[in-house]
Design a protein around this ligand. Sequence first.
Ligand code: AMP
Length: 222
Amino acid sequence: MRLILLGPPGAGKGTQAQRIVEKYGIPQLSTGDMLRAAVSAGTEIGQRAKAVMDAGNLVSDDIVIGIVSERIDQQDCAKGFILDGFPRTLVQADATEQMLKKKGLALSGVIEIRVDDDVLADRIAGRYTCANCGTGYHDDNLKPKVDGVCDKCGSTHFKRRPDDNRDTVKTRLQAYYKDTSPLIGYYYAKGLLTTVDGMSEIDAVTADIEAILSGFVGADGK
Ligand code: AMP
């Protein structure tokens, strides 16, 4: 199953991707996570990307296309993968199609998680992750079962992203509407798009997504 999760920052792509990873055992390929890892490691790509990311703008297409192409070649992607936060421009979408074609692969489908703009700033400003295993939480909507302790790994260390603040959210939303939202029409025209209501409870969104995925699994047998 090769899946794209599409939606604005704060729509719940990462949260839903983590659940798909657990159920289907295919990796989540988040370009945001890969770029943050490059920034932390101080690689050349990380150094080029850092200021752009901190401001909430998009990193250049060639950088992200290159890192996704390399990542897809790794063994753990053999049975499929979830693209989270990529593609984010029409150039990246075309490159994805070409890249997959060259590797003899095709997309199973694209799921758009649709949410109202006015909730996004609150969702983004309240979110944080376990510093050890990356499980996502939120101050109001998704707290750990025991306060201050990660449900999954028991760590007591958490972190917040530097770009998850109200000032940067505006720029990130503008980038979404200008550069990424055209992908909704692009994938609709290819017959690949399904939309779920991301305003529902997290579990209800998961159920909607799983109903769609069961069709993909049947369709290509993996
Ligand atoms: P995310 O974790 O998906 O919200 O991404 C965080 C930041 O990383 C974005 O605001 C961009 O600066 C950069 N980024 C992540 N994915 C992409 C992409 N596909 N194209 C361009 N920039 C990206």
